[in-house]
Design a protein around this ligand. Structure first.
Ligand SMILES: [Zn+2]
Length: 534
């Protein structure tokens, strides 16, 4: 405010001074005479002043002209920007202004404004690396895929923007679900910038999904080398990839390669059950029984698993059930209280037709951790011991409704898989399966509802005498009709009393998650024996 006032006053002052000065000069008598090359020019004082001003103006124009000619000369000698620099200062300023506004609009999510400003900037500025990116991003924000793709493709032509262009195209292809093109683009991006972490992740996922195990392994190595992944995680992932490789080789009937890859997977992660199971099986097939047994025992110490039991059985496929029961003892002794150990021991005793031994091995597992498997084993024991049909049917009816027990469950989407796979079948995540109880989602009672006559008959009170545990095994001349649900043991049937089980009697397994499962079945009929046991 004050400054404006001062400016006005100054202007008036200057104008007044000029008028006064001009008046003074006009009134001043005399003249200016210039003698030049024999000629003499005489000017009035005012005329002289005007001439002076004209001279100054002419000098300025000449200087500008010289600058312009110089710019043209530089342009002609190859300096492309010289002439445009001469003309386009203003244009450039407006261009950068448009870029600024576009970026602000982009950040604020105002798609239309951002796009309009980006287009203006593209027209005003000769900075394709900047304006292409801006236009591609605004097009992406507006959901204009074709436009975005066109700009990203243009960006591939410039070294400076090639990587960003590939990234943009990759993003679009992933959005479209075109994983084949996406994989090629990710490989291209990896070639340009091998240390770029998001690219490595994307590339690894795409390779794993398309079962390109050797490619995935290269990516993994690069990732570990870029130290963007802890060494132990890298090791575990490499084990998973090696195992996947081994399986693929087995499918191709390339035994040698399968062996090598499976052994490598087991070496990298000795407690990784699927790798241990396969490595042990392949060692057993090659006649290296001790090696196979060592691998199974090592993995069993961490996690007893039916697949490991199957591999251990495969070491001597033709042995008698009693010999097998005996051979398994050192393995079973590693984790004697584990439910898996107890169920495997039960199975082994059943195949050897040692029913009291089977009952001792199973203990109270059918009550404390009722699963289809433990209940079916119980039914087989009852059957083998010659219990009445109603009792056997009671256990089987319970088995129908019981949870399936542990499975390979995806940590991300909770999908339960029958066999281990490197990639979840539902969410396609890599190495997310762990051996655990699936979340209880299945509605209890549905299976029982499908057998109303059997289950209904069981609901009527049955005044039967309880068959006791000490029924001699010899009485059970009928071998069990129902096999245990796992395939972990061969079904050789030789009658004998293996009395190897002197360790399992009352056990208190702490299997989590089974209590609730049991609650849901409380209203169901219980076989006579269980009422006593509970
Ligand atoms: Zn999943």
């Amino acid at each position: 405010m004050l400054w404006s006032l001062i400016k006005i006053l100054l202007f008036i002052g200057v104008a007044a001074a000029l008028t006064y000065g001009a008046g003074m000069i006009m009134e001043t008598p005399g003249e200016v005479s210039l003698a030049f090359a024999g000629q003499e020019i005489t000017l009035s004082p005012l005329g002289f002043l005007v001439a002076l001003l004209v001279l100054m103006l002419a000098t300025w124009i000449v200087l500008r002209l010289v600058g312009f000619i110089m710019a043209i000369l530089r342009f002609l000698t190859g300096d492309q920007t010289a002439i445009s620099r001469y003309f386009d200062r203003n244009r450039e300023r407006r261009g950068f202004e448009a870029v600024t506004q576009s970026m602000i609009a982009l950040a604020a999510g105002e798609g239309r404004k951002a796009q309009a400003k980006a287009q203006t900037a593209e027209k005003l500025l000769n900075r394709p690396e900047l304006t292409r990116l801006l236009n591609a991003q605004t097009a992406e924000l507006n959901g204009n895929t074709d436009r975005a793709l066109a700009y990203y493709k243009e960006m591939l032509t410039d070294d400076k923007t090639r990587f960003v262009g590939v990234q943009g195209l990759l993003r679009q292809k992933l959005k479209e679900g075109d994983t084949v093109t996406a994989l090629k683009l990710a490989e291209k991006a990896f070639a340009i910038q091998p240390q770029h972490n998001p690219t490595l992740d994307t590339l690894f996922d795409l390779q794993a999904r398309s079962a390109d195990w050797s490619g995935a392994r290269r990516t993994l190595t690069a990732k570990v080398r870029a130290s963007s992944m802890p060494k132990d995680v890298g090791k575990r992932r490499e084990a998973v990839l090696s195992l996947a490789d081994a399986r693929a080789a087995l499918a191709d009937q390339n035994e040698a390669k399968a062996r090598e890859a499976a052994y490598a997977a087991n070496r990298l992660s000795p407690t990784f059950v699927p790798a241990a199971a396969l490595a042990a099986r392949l060692h057993a097939e090659a006649g290296e029984a001790r090696h196979a047994a060592r691998i199974v025992k090592k993995a069993w110490t961490t996690q007893p698993h039916p697949d490991l039991a199957a591999s251990f059985a495969a070491i001597a496929p033709d042995e008698t059930p009693e010999a097998r029961l005996k051979r398994f003892q050192p393995l079973l002794a590693l984790q004697p209280d584990n439910p898996e150990t107890r169920m495997v021991a039960t199975e082994l005793s059943l195949t050897a037709e040692d029913f009291p031994g089977a009952r001792r091995a199973l203990g109270d597992l059918a009550e404390t951790a009722p699963t289809t498997r433990s209940l079916a084993l119980m039914a087989a024991i009852e059957r083998g011991e010659g219990a009445p049909d109603s009792v056997v049917r009671g256990w089987l009816a319970k088995a129908l409704d019981a949870p399936r027990g542990e499975a390979w469950v995806c940590e991300k989407c909770n999908t339960a898989h029958g066999t281990w796979t490197p990639i979840c079948e539902t969410c396609e995540s890599f190495d997310t399966l762990s051996w655990t109880l699936p979340p209880a989602t299945e509605e209890a009672g549905s299976a029982a509802a499908m057998l109303p006559l059997i289950v209904g008959a069981l609901q009527r009170p049955d005044p039967e005498p309880e068959p006791e545990q000490d029924t001699p095994a010899a009485e059970a001349e009928t071998p069990r009709k129902r096999h245990p649900p796992t395939q972990s043991v061969d079904d050789a049937e030789v009658s004998d009393d293996g009395d190897t089980d002197d360790r399992v009697t009352p056990l208190h397994p702490d299997s989590a998650g089974t209590d609730t499962a049991e609650d849901t079945r409380d209203e169901e009929p219980k076989p006579v024996r269980t009422s006593e046991a509970l």
